[in-house]
Design a binder for this molecule. Structure first.
Ligand SMILES: NC(=O)c1ccc[n+]([C@@H]2O[C@H](COP(=O)([O-])OP(=O)(O)OC[C@H]3O[C@@H](n4cnc5c(N)ncnc54)[C@H](OP(=O)(O)O)[C@@H]3O)[C@@H](O)[C@H]2O)c1
Length: 328
């Protein structure tokens, strides 16, 4: 089968397309014929081997798992002999499924092997394969931040930094669907799109210093990771929450310092550290919101599998809107 390989850490040019043997399906595994797979910001950081401490898990000198990609959507092609309904429900050969492979990667290929207890669900008909393969990136991560961490209330005001990215565009829609007041921060050129997604106000970070914003919000969701908890104090309401999916020593310090604070707090979470069973539960709730509120995952660019390095280059530009996918 064809697969996108990352033989060493580096820029997008290290990626190559290779012919590799069709992976065998083990007793507790599922083989999926991939229709669409994602190229995320996290995938490009894994390709670069950054931050350096991630190499402890990814491989010290080179990536341990040669084939790239974590999000997938496709069709079940083979089920291992011991795969149980307890894990995958009534999924059968021929069913459309989607999910993420986690630290075994390997979704940017014609076939992927997924453990039965990994994040894999039947694909609902209201999601295309393109939309489904990115579901575990922006939408699931932002659902975790908005609903599990911030416990966002309909009456609250939220400022979303990086609102036009994958996490941001999902967050704008989810926060609005929940009834919150949404302030979207991104480039001016994306403001019209933000209003379409439901934003109440838009701010251009190139023209406005966010720390000097004449606003008070209950939640700041910094998907870019370039804001500082301390600098944003005047924008954060009393008992407000500053949260980011981008880990930094500064955020970690304020998170520990404010852990039991009754006043303003800081938070970080890594979706990849949450158990697959909890993520599957969250995904089911998320799908019900998507169906009821007719939310959509915006796909900025589609590339052929063989053009994976172009897809990585585009994600590296930091200008993508929503998500980028590879099609088989
Ligand atoms: N913790 C977790 O579990 C977790 C999970 C998934 C991802 N992540 C991380 O979350 C981060 C965001 O991922 P993503 O996929 O949403 O990113 P992304 O889609 O690549 O973000 C691109 C967007 O960022 C905006 N942007 C760039 N510079 C900006 C700035 N200075 N201020 C405000 N907006 C700016 C751009 O908006 P304009 O073009 O409009 O300027 C662009 O639309 C990444 O670092 C990723 O690794 C964490």
């Amino acid at each position: 089968m064809k697969a996108v390989m990352c033989p060493k850490y580096g820029d997008a040019s290290v990626l190559c397309i290779a012919d590799v043997p069709l992976p065998e399906v083990g007793p507790q595994q599922i083989r999926v014929k991939v229709v669409a797979s994602s190229v995320t910001k996290a995938d490009t950081m894994m390709r670069q081997g950054t931050p350096w401490y991630a190499r402890l898990a990814l491989g010290l000198r080179r990536p341990k798992h040669g084939i790239t990609g974590t999000g997938f959507s496709g069709v079940v092609e083979a089920l291992g002999a011991d795969v149980s309904n307890v894990n995958i429900g009534d999924v059968k050969v021929g069913d459309e499924v989607f999910g993420e492979s986690g630290l075994t990667f390997s979704t940017n290929a014609e076939y992927v092997i997924v453990e039965q207890d990994a994040v894999i669900l039947k694909k609902p008909s209201f999601l295309s394969h393109e939309e489904a393969c990115v579901m575990c990136d922006g939408p699931l991560t932002s659902f975790n931040f908005l609903h599990n961490i911030a416990k966002l209330k309909p009456s609250q005001r939220i400022l979303i930094n990086g609102a036009s990215g994958s996490l941001g565009s999902a967050a704008v829609q989810l926060a609005k669907a929940h009834g919150a007041y949404v302030i979207a921060v991104c480039s001016q050129s994306n403001h019209a799109w933000m209003y379409e997604l439901g934003a109440d106000e838009c701010v251009d970070y190139r023209q406005q210093d966010l720390a000097l914003l004449n606003q008070q919000v209950d939640v700041i969701y910094d998907t870019v990771g370039n804001l500082k908890f301390k600098q944003m104090q005047s924008v954060l309401a009393d008992k407000g929450l500053f949260m980011s999916p981008v880990l930094s020593m500064n955020l970690l310090w304020h998170m520990m310092r404010t852990r039991s604070s009754q006043s303003k707090r800081a938070a970080f979470s890594a979706t990849g550290m949450i158990s697959p069973s909890q993520l599957k539960k969250d995904l089911k709730t998320l799908l019900s919101i998507y169906e009821e509120k007719t939310l959509q995952n915006y796909i900025d660019c589609r590339f052929d599998l063989k053009d994976a390095s172009k897809a990585h280059d585009y994600v590296d530009s930091n200008r993508k809107k929503g998500s980028v996918v590879l099609l088989n």
